[in-house]
Design a protein around this ligand. Structure first.
Ligand code: FO1
Length: 318
């Protein structure tokens, strides 16, 4: 059976699994809904880092070292911005700049982020559907002990995730609506896959913006379309990024179990790494079916391997 899947993805970790799924599933069977809580304005340009990371990854254009930005990038603009006394803590490569320039000018003309993303995907040869979680602006704000509230990129890149996290807020969450096509994709899907992205600042904004969490509780999405999540925490640490540090600072021991607890009552199946196999009984006690795999996606083969495991697991839940 050809499964119809919706994947919820943040940046680098989410992009890797989305890429693996895209290698296996046909374009009509995969929709990727992407976090835009990291979006911000820099040098007057609208930057959507996770959307670009997912698109560049699927198009084969991503920088393989950083995971974000473009491969074979040059930095003439950044060097000249520095020469003119401008801020360069957030680096925009020359090729990447074209994306931000075009997106910003189209947004100013009144085009929606989802329509622009659709056109960019077409230009980059991406056939699978990639949709921002919302066309509205819902920036993630990180509340910190040392510096108070910080916009996400100020915390993440400028302060290098050093401030101690107290909490998170999604500005304007009360009034945002899911982007065009999001609800239909979720309702038409055989299953929703929560990629191994940061639960606090990648997945939580998507659930909040799409109202997937509450519609599920209200019974609008059929129980027949299971929700499956993958742990971004392996052996108590995040593969990349500050997720484990965030858990610690919020008073929670980072583990696959902690991730599963955050999804309790919402997720039907949970996939986690073999190094955490000992946690299986406790995760099952949360009412989730489990699958233990080698979840580390070192290269494209790893991405495809994990994607195949995810689909195999979903078949057992249908
Ligand atoms: N991350 C960095 O650590 N430093 C940067 O200068 C930087 C620039 C950048 C430019 C475009 C883009 O799409 C992403 C960029 N990122 C950079 C990554 C980004 O800040 C984060 O990885 C995500 O927001 C978290 O998923």
């Amino acid at each position: 059976m050809n499964l119809k899947i919706v994947a919820l993805a943040g940046g680098v970790g989410g992009a890797k699994l989305a890429h693996g799924l895209a290698k296996i599933l046909s374009p009509e069977n995969l929709t990727i809904i992407v976090n835009t809580g990291d979006d911000f304005e820099h040098h007057g340009l609208y930057i959507s880092p996770d959307l670009d990371t997912v698109c560049y990854t699927l198009a084969g254009l991503a920088n393989p070292v950083t995971g974000w930005g473009r491969v074979n990038e040059s930095w003439n603009a950044t060097e000249n911005i520095a020469k003119l006394g401008g801020q360069t803590w957030f680096q925009l490569g020359d090729r990447d700049l074209a994306t931000h320039l075009m997106r910003t000018s189209r947004l100013k003309k009144g085009d929606s982020l989802s329509a622009i993303t659709h056109d960019f995907c077409h230009a980059w040869g991406i056939e699978h559907r990639i949709i921002p979680m919302t066309d509205d602006y819902m920036p993630t704000i990180v509340d910190t002990v040392e510096m108070g509230e910080l916009p996400f990129q100020e915390y993440f890149v400028h302060q290098r995730c050093k401030p101690t996290v107290k909490g998170f807020r999604f500005e304007g969450v009360e009034s945002v609506r899911p982007a065009e096509g999001v609800e239909k994709a979720i309702n038409d899907a055989d299953a929703v896959v929560i990629c191994p992205s940061n639960p606090w600042v990648s997945i939580a904004p998507i659930l909040a913006a799409t109202k997937l969490n509450s519609t599920r509780e209200a019974g609008f999405t059929s129980k027949k379309n299971p929700i499956v999540a993958l742990s971004p925490i392996i052996g108590g640490e995040a593969v990349k990024g500050p997720a484990a540090k965030m858990y610690r600072e919020l008073g929670i021991e980072p583990s696959a179990l902690a991730v599963a607890k955050g999804y309790e009552g919402f997720v039907d199946g949970f996939i986690f790494d073999k190094v955490d196999a000992v946690l299986e009984p406790e995760i099952q006690n949360l009412g989730m079916k489990t699958m233990i795999i080698d979840s580390y996606m070192k290269d494209i083969n790893g991405r495809e391997r994990v994607a195949k495991d995810v689909l195999k697991f979903i078949h057992t839940l249908l």
